[in-house]
Design a protein around this ligand. Sequence first.
Ligand code: PLP
Length: 372
Amino acid sequence: MNASLIPTITFDLHASEQPVPPEVRANLLEAPGFGQVFTDHMVSLRWSTDRGWHDGKLEPYGPLVLDPATAVLHYGQEIFEGLKAYRQESGQIVAFRPEANAARFRRSAVRMAMPELPDEAFVQAIELLVTQDRDWVPVNPEHSLYLRPFMVATTVALGVGRPANSCLFLLIASPSAGVFSGGSVRAVSVWLAEGYTRAAKGGTGEAKTGGNYAAAFAGQQQAIDNDCDQVVWLDANEHRWVEEMGGMNLFFVYGSGAGARIMTPALTGSLLPGITRDSLLRLAPDLGIPATEGAISVDQWRAGCESGEITEVFACGTAAVITPVGQVKGASGGWTIGDGQPGPVTMRLREELTGIQFGRRPDPYGWVHKII
Ligand SMILES: *Cc1c(COP(=O)(O)O)cnc(C)c1O
């Protein structure tokens, strides 16, 4: 098709007539928590087989009206993304690698039989919302504006067996302090999933879809019942290879000082390909820390900690950036990683990555996307 015949996606602007008053907003921004406070606006965009993408809007944040027979409510046909906008010291507001989220959103859409939103529209929606709600981007250097793009199937029919014929894309934003942050960085304890599996090859583990989370809540509850913060998922086949921690990817640190190197489980088809994970695989070698993708079993993890070969373990993802793991527990006992406290390699990588995001470090990779 001639490129000029492809209709461009546009968004009409409907600014809120009742934005949150500045003093109330300032109060909310003091301690926003994670995913609890939302900005004044949202972006919405519809898709149907007949009309393609249409009805793009930037509008006041508010509830949706859905027919009770809407597909997402019954069959969970939904995908989402998570990324952040940061206010840098210069005052510049940036997003971190939004093009990478746009590409992953398309891959998730294909897996869930939903339409692919063009990357330009995905990034445009982010630019529009962050620009409109820029006063909600926290000034506190530990906080940021969490962005949640998502898409639900709005086909109205209970019959299954075909791809979505209509969908609703939405983008909302939430000022956030980070998932596990309570001032300082604290090491979390993890529970090795017993009985439950998050994802299997050929399933939806690689897609960022709500169903993966719905399937994980019982395992997360098991972790909490065993006095752990988070659940660690093992492979579906042998139930012994380490895959992910909750909604974050894992890295293992071997050795220390100038001899330290890091390894993360390879993307075997059931893991979510994290953008933070990808960023660390590129960043660490430039800091003199070799980084590889590999495989590690629960037994190897335990033996590595006991021999001292494994010195640190951390989880990484957009919401909590880099979170040290201090303790591991499972049905057959537990062990401590290093001294159970955040380690130097973990904290160095955290400092470097957040340094790029907040503009305290140069960005040789072109990861930072200027918005306003
Ligand atoms: C989103 C997510 C991650 C982390 O991905 P980032 O792009 O780094 O935020 C890891 N695992 C799961 C299951 C996820 O949903």
